[in-house]
Write a protein that binds this ligand. Structure first.
Ligand code: ZN
Length: 394
């Protein structure tokens, strides 16, 4: 082995501790950085996070408030922490604290540009949560040019709906409508609200005008044709009422059950009650899911008498047995059945009726809110046209 070969073998052995030492130093430096960063995050922050995970928002808010105070004393930037703390206060209903916090933050010289918009937006939400809707509205109107413009308009739209200020809601929804999100359902419903109001006030032409505005925005708007039918019925334009109500079949037949009795009344106004009844029976046969049995039975009774009315109802229930249908059927049978069974049938009807009250309801398809009353605007999730138009077994 010459000296060159000797060094070639020995060099790695000599260098090994050097490499080892370099690795050790590198790891130490990394660990130091990590520890330094960890020390920079106060313990209270972790406690607050932990409390949030455990759904103890009271503890979370207390710990975070302490962290914010300590950081402020140390003159460190606490902008993000302030925003989080403000949201926590609001979530817990401590709106006065949230308002004070955001107002204080707005006074800080560091709160400028986008930060200023964000804090103002939070303050608007605080006022809204505190029920100071006028002040909230003022704030959101002022934010319509900056970085929070769209979010502010979306909240404003909710405020206008709560205030039933439909004209303002229409203007804003039109501004918000864009390729990615169209507000056509909502705008048509706002026009329907105006039409409904005009109908209550017997301003029939105004009501018609709003109905046509609703249909121009959303030609599938069943409610518009319902209101138009009501306007024509009120003015005894029976054929026009029939045309308006019947148009719903092509828009969305599921809504027919909501106007069945009024459609019949329009036919009755033309002295064509039997035609009206035939139309309803036709609907029930074509669309068995419609909730029409009760109205058909009630309208057939005076025209055809008890026996035929009963036969028609029984036939419809047999086509699609439901709790509502069974309840109606048992009521019908009570009159025609042998006296010794009457008490039992009455008992069965009560049981079915009780069950029906508990489980047969209108339901919001968006948030699953259930109700015995139909709503165009869900009181729980504020969405429009999400209620099932027929009561269903929920
Ligand atoms: Zn809902």
């Amino acid at each position: 082995m010459d000296s060159n070969e000797f060094w070639m073998w020995l060099a790695p052995v000599i260098m090994l501790p050097v490499f080892f030492a370099m690795g050790w130093f590198a790891a130490r430096i990394d660990m130091r950085t990590v520890l330094k960063q960890a020390k920079a995050i106060p313990e209270g922050f972790y406690k607050s996070l932990d409390a949030l995970v455990e759904h103890k928002s009271g503890v979370a808010v207390r710990e975070l408030a302490e962290v914010v105070d300590q950081q402020s004393d140390a003159r460190q930037s606490t902008y993000e922490l302030h925003l989080t703390l403000g949201k926590l206060y609001r979530q817990r209903g401590e709106n006065d604290k949230a308002i004070a916090l955001h107002q204080r933050l707005l006074e800080s010289p560091d709160t400028i540009e986008e930060r200023r918009d964000n804090v103002t937006f939070e303050l608007g939400q605080d006022f809204q949560a505190a029920g100071l809707v006028d002040r909230a509205e003022q704030i959101f109107v002022g934010l319509q040019q900056g970085s929070k413009a769209r979010a502010a308009r979306e909240i404003l739209l909710n405020i206008y709906q709560q205030d039933r200020d439909w004209q303002k809601a229409i203007t804003l929804a039109e501004e918000l409508s864009s390729g990615e999100q169209s507000y056509q359902f909502e705008i048509a419903q706002f026009f329907c609200e105006l039409a409904q109001l005009a109908l209550y006030q017997s301003e029939y032409n105004k009501a018609r005008e709003h109905v046509f505005q609703a249909l121009a925005v959303n030609r599938k708007c069943c409610r518009a044709n319902m209101i138009l039918g009501d306007v024509e019925l009120k003015q005894e334009n029976f054929q026009a009422a029939i045309d308006a109500y019947s148009a719903i079949e092509k828009q969305n037949y599921e809504y027919l059950s909501l106007i069945a009795d009024r459609l019949y009344d329009a036919y009755d106004g033309l002295n064509k009650a039997t035609d009206g009844l035939a139309v309803l029976i036709g609907y029930a046969q074509t669309f068995p899911q419609l909730d029409l049995i009760s109205v058909i039975y009630e309208k057939s009774f005076p025209i055809y008498g008890e026996v035929k009315a009963t036969e028609t109802a029984i036939d419809l229930v047999r086509r699609k047995p439901t709790l509502t249908g069974t309840y109606r059927l048992l009521g019908v049978l009570q009159n025609s059945i042998d006296a010794k069974w009457r008490v039992d049938v009455d008992m069965m009807r009560s049981v079915v009726g009780l069950q029906m009250q508990k489980t047969v309801m209108y339901r919001c398809r968006h948030c699953h809110f259930k109700s015995q009353v139909f709503f165009w605007h869900c009181p729980a999730c504020n969405k429009w046209e999400t209620f099932t138009p027929n009561r269903i077994d929920v």
